[in-house]
Design a protein around this ligand. Structure first.
Ligand code: GAR
Length: 218
């Protein structure tokens, strides 16, 4: 564990409720991290408004003003590096990340997805889960790799799909859990407790990190 506080770069395209949950947990100190910068590709994003209100540095980098994904990503990476970000947090960021971006932050980019991966990767997944007839859905925090929603899974929460659910009601029920598990996953990262072993993420017990020793019983 390091004494240096973890610096987050949050990327968001939409309303920013996940960003808000991270801001709130930083404020109440249950999350020992600070948000160095919030970046959005969408000038009208609620996330930028929330960050401004909280006094956090913001950058709007509109992807429509770039001629390629790579050019956009290069600017985003430079902005994150300039802000000395340790961990990149995708919080409703509706852009696919290119390989050079991933290589710039190896195992230091995480994403939240509103389904129980590996089921329902991609977009509109709450609606797809209902249409499929699944009885449960949920949300997943995972490391980002080169695929779409394929990286090693850190934490998940499960919610039931009810007979009268519509896309909006299921999304709201999932979002409530997202707000709990995303700050928790970031805190585990901040404590140095996430060990990636191939596809699996092992959560180290706190004592193992602090002393390098295992104490039994804990
Ligand atoms: C969240 O449900 C998040 O899981 C989802 O977008 C929403 C953003 O909400 N992300 C994706 O679908 C990524 N593919 P928010 O802006 O209120 O945090």
């Amino acid at each position: 564990m390091t004494d240096k506080i973890l610096r987050l770069g949050v990327l968001a395209s939409g309303g920013g409720t996940n960003l808000q949950s991270i801001i709130d947990r930083c404020h109440d100190k249950s999350l020992t991290a600070e948000i160095a910068v919030v970046i959005s590709n969408n000038p009208g994003s609620g996330a930028l408004e929330r960050a401004n209100k909280a006094g956090i540095a913001t950058r709007c980098i509109d992807h429509r003003t770039f001629e390629s994904r790579e050019a956009f990503d290069t600017t985003v990476v430079a902005t994150l590096q300039e802000a000395e970000v340790d961990l990149v947090v995708l919080a409703g960021f509706m852009r696919i990340i290119s390989e050079p971006f991933i290589e710039a932050f190896p195992l230091r980019i995480i994403n939240i997805h509103p389904a129980l991966l590996p089921s329902f990767p991609g977009l509109h997944v709450q609606r797809k889960a209902i249409e499929y007839g699944a009885r449960f859905s949920g949300c997943t925090v995972h490391f980002v790799d080169g695929g779409v929603d394929t990286g090693p899974i850190i934490i998940q929460a499960v919610v039931p799909i009810l007979d009268d659910d519509c896309e909006a009601s299921l999304s709201a029920r999932i979002l409530e859990q997202e707000h709990k598990i995303y700050p928790r996953a970031i805190q585990l990262f901040a404590e140095g407790r996430l060990k990636v072993e191939g596809r699996k993420v092992r959560i180290l017990p706190p004592d193992e990190v602090a002393t390098g020793a295992l104490i039994n019983p804990l």
